[in-house]
Design a protein around this ligand. Structure first.
Ligand code: PLP
Length: 370
């Protein structure tokens, strides 16, 4: 047996085998990150098409060579404004942003303090930077403070956290983390991938709390409905990333269609500032019904609502049952979530009608009785 066949057989036995699926049935999608339903918004599509007409299909080179378009810089100005920071820099994706920011910021002598539930791209960025990585208990500021104070770091100390956690839907205690970062002279990097467009009139959780970290990272691929990533920061950090982030330097600039789509999405958000608020109200309604039914939704306080099943096989069979009922809610298993905490991950979007939400609620009621 080849090494990969043996490894795949092992994953299958553990209930952890992943497969790419094409679904032929119409299902109500409760697993998309297209939170504001902007991916198919007419203005977003029109802006993407217009950008292709004017600029072509690709940037044609890296930003530092020949691929720097005025379109990129226009979007960067708008993203800086949205997040309330001095400037912004676009990367190829949210993953590449986190990789580029952390590998540029952190060196061998530095220590990165990372929430245990941070997204894989922050984990990989931290490891790749070669800094020492200390993981603190999820959202536990006291544990974080203990680690920071006892670190004996000779170089920079960098605290890294998601704002909205992708698999739990809860929110980091950013006011306390920011206070600690200032008191202990740490840099603070906050990943707002799931908050941009939704919290703080679209500007994210930091914006809503008036917290200004050193770097906010984000993506154009979730609430904004397209593709790409960005970091918002000071003008000097932006120049630093332009010079030091390998995932920015050695790759082609984001294609015009993606930039046009993001500009269109920002236009829509700008003209209807309460989209995020409506989404969060719908999510709270759905979450409260699940809690009343006795489901464990962790500490979700966002549009992301987990329902913890425990065993991998239970999560998978719950997801299969829901799919039969016309509801798509993907089972999330380790290593994406901790061992024994397999779950369904629901995400509410503005594409869900009240009828859709009621259908999901009644399917979950039957699931409880199964
Ligand atoms: C918290 C977080 N950060 C970053 C990313 C990566 O974003 P992108 O899909 O744009 O690469 C994700 C996406 O899954 C995420 O959940």
């Amino acid at each position: 047996m080849s090494f990969e066949a043996a490894r795949l057989a092992q994953l299958k036995k553990q209930g952890l085998l992943r497969k790419l699926k094409l679904r032929n049935r119409d299902l109500i999608n409760f697993s998309t990150n297209n939170y504001l339903n902007l991916s198919s918004h007419p203005l977003v599509k029109e802006r993407a098409i217009k950008a292709v007409r004017n600029w072509g299909a690709g940037a044609g080179g890296s930003r530092l060579m020949t691929g720097n378009l005025s379109l990129h810089q226009e979007l960067e100005r708008k993203l800086a404004e949205l997040t309330g920071m001095e400037s912004a820099l676009i990367f190829g994706s949210g993953f590449l942003t986190n990789l580029g920011v952390l590998t540029a910021l952190a060196d061998r002598d530095d220590v990165i303090f990372s929430d245990r539930l941070n997204h894989a791209s922050l984990v990989d960025g931290a490891i790749t930077s070669r800094a020492e990585v200390r993981r603190y208990r999820h959202c536990d500021v006291k544990h974080l403070a203990d680690l920071v104070r006892s670190s004996g770091a000779t170089g920079k100390k960098i605290i890294v956290t998601d704002s909205v956690f992708s698999m739990d839907g809860d929110i980091a205690p950013l006011l306390d983390i920011h206070e600690l970062a200032i008191a202990e002279n740490c840099l603070l990097v906050v990943d707002e991938a799931h908050a941009i467009g939704v919290f703080g009139s679209g500007g994210g959780v930091c914006r809503s709390l008036a917290v200004r970290p050193d770097v906010i990272t984000g993506t154009l691929s979730k609430a904004l409905g397209g593709y790409g990533g960005f970091a918002s920061c000071s003008a000097s950090l932006r120049s630093f990333f332009v010079n030091k982030s390998r995932s920015f330097i050695y790759t082609t600039g984001l294609p015009p269609a993606s930039i046009g789509a993001a500009l269109g999405a920002l236009e829509v958000i700008d003209s209807s500032a309460d989209m995020g608020r409506v989404l969060l109200e719908n999510a709270a309604f759905f979450r409260n019904r699940l809690i009343e039914m006795g489901f464990d939704t962790c500490r979700s306080a966002s549009q992301i609502i987990p329902v913890v099943a425990g065993e991998n096989s239970s999560a998978v069979s719950f997801a299969e049952y829901l799919e039969e009922a016309g509801i798509l809610a993907i089972a999330i298993r380790p290593p994406t979530v901790p061992e024994g905490a397999a779950r369904l991950r629901f995400s509410l979007t503005l594409g869900h009608s009240r009828k859709n939400i009621d259908m999901a609620i009644s399917a979950m009621k039957k699931l409880k009785w199964k």
